[in-house]
Design a protein around this ligand. Structure first.
Ligand code: F6R
Ligand code: MG
Ligand code: MG
Length: 370
């Protein structure tokens, strides 16, 4: 269903890995330039404003418009840009050119076709700060911990205790990526039940957070490429939109959880646990062991749909210490080599080449007598 509302603004953050250099480390500047030009041409038509960036090998299209979530034209615009950029990547012989575009023909919505999508429609407030998070070499459930801290943990967000507008708490919509079902948990009253699910981030992923009066506060991407493609195609490198201030967590409360080094799934070959490193745009490239997993955050004020900014939020010495601790954890995990818990557990490795190894040795296994 496509609903056009004149009053409301929609932010669409749509990303895809359409090829990178060298290997899976970063998007090429010429690709970023091309995508930015194509979006600029659409401004004043389908979209109001745009911004193009990348984290690691993922091309990120940030668009504002008044067409609501899941709009066919907006998704088609993103799809066209990804296709054009993938062709360019092929002509430059970039690595993994077109890797996230699972289909040739556009089917009305980029969801399920490879790209990752987070969208949020809202009534613009008098002043509306929005933070856009983009991660590489990890999975959508990686946001679970951070969203919980922002919206449900008063030790992170004192606003939950102090600000009367936040005091009633929030509603978390959780998606079960295996069973394709969803559920809503109310916090603070249901935090233990919420945690029982979201503590398993490879399966249960927070999709939306709303304030109890209905105001949208956060929206994430939930695609799992391997589940769509039916084979191993890497991790999904998720994105997330969070609104801040004036009855929602302050910008600083939204950023604070990233000062703790948290272990996520992804990293090398999408098959390892590693610490998530918050970085500024200048460090948004994956190097060591194809990582470590990275997250950037761009902050904007929204003005009649215009993107005022961005502020490069993790480009700050305040995050030097977490980066140092991430490097220590990376050393510790790397020392495990091919052993768990550095390597993902067997059920998570299901879509990798491990299944090929298992097939090869199937016949050599003998039963152990009782
Ligand atoms: C992880 C990722 C990389 C690749 C690795 C091997 O999401 O994209 O770590 O898995 O570089 O890539 P191939 O198999 O293309 O040589
Ligand atoms: Mg790649
Ligand atoms: Mg990537």
């Amino acid at each position: 269903m496509y609903c056009i509302s004149m009053a409301k603004i929609t932010i669409s953050l749509i990303k895809a890995d359409i090829g990178s250099f060298p290997g899976h480390s970063q998007t090429h500047p010429l690709i970023l330039e091309k995508a930015a030009k194509m979006l600029k041409e659409a401004e004043g038509g389908i979209i109001i404003d745009s911004f193009v960036t990348h984290v690691g090998d993922d091309l990120q299209l940030i668009m504002t418009h008044r067409r609501g979530e899941n709009d066919k034209e907006v998704h088609e615009l993103a799809w066209k840009i990804f296709r054009t950029c993938a062709d360019m990547a092929r002509s430059m012989k970039l690595y993994g050119a077109g890797q996230d575009l699972l289909s040739d023909a556009f089917s009305g919505n980029v969801k399920g076709m490879g790209p990752g999508v987070a969208e949020m429609e809202f009534e613009e407030r008098k002043s509306d700060p929005v933070l856009l998070f983009m991660a590489d070499k990890t999975e959508p459930g990686a946001w679970n911990y951070f969203l919980y801290k922002m919206f449900a943990d008063p030790f992170n967000s004192p606003g939950l205790v102090i600000d009367p507008q936040m005091h009633d708490g929030f509603v978390f919509e959780v998606h079960d990526l295996m069973e394709k079902r969803k559920i809503r948990f109310r916090t603070p009253e249901e935090i233990y039940s919420l945690l029982a699910y979201i503590g398993a981030p490879s399966r249960y992923v927070i999709k939306y957070v709303h304030r109890k009066d209905g105001i949208i506060a956060a929206s994430t991407s939930t695609q799992r490429l391997s589940l769509i493609a039916g084979r191993y195609v890497g991790k999904d490198d998720p994105v997330m939109i969070v609104r801040a201030q004036n009855g929602l967590p302050a910008v600083g409360e939204v950023l604070e959880p990233f000062a703790t080094p948290i272990i996520v799934a992804g990293w090398m070959r999408g098959s390892h646990h590693g610490p998530l490193m918050p970085v500024g745009l200048c460090d948004a490239k994956c190097t060591r062991f194809d990582g470590p997993p990275r997250v950037i955050c761009l902050g904007f004020q929204i003005n009649e749909g215009k993107l005022i900014g961005p502020g490069d939020m993790f480009d700050d010495p305040a995050y030097d210490r977490v980066r140092g601790r991430v490097n220590e954890l990376a050393d510790m995990l790397r020392a495990h080599g091919p052993f768990e818990p550095h390597r993902l557990s067997l059920d998570e490795m299901e879509y990798t080449t491990l299944t090929v190894v298992e097939k090869e040795y199937e016949k050599r296994w003998e039963p152990i007598p009782e």
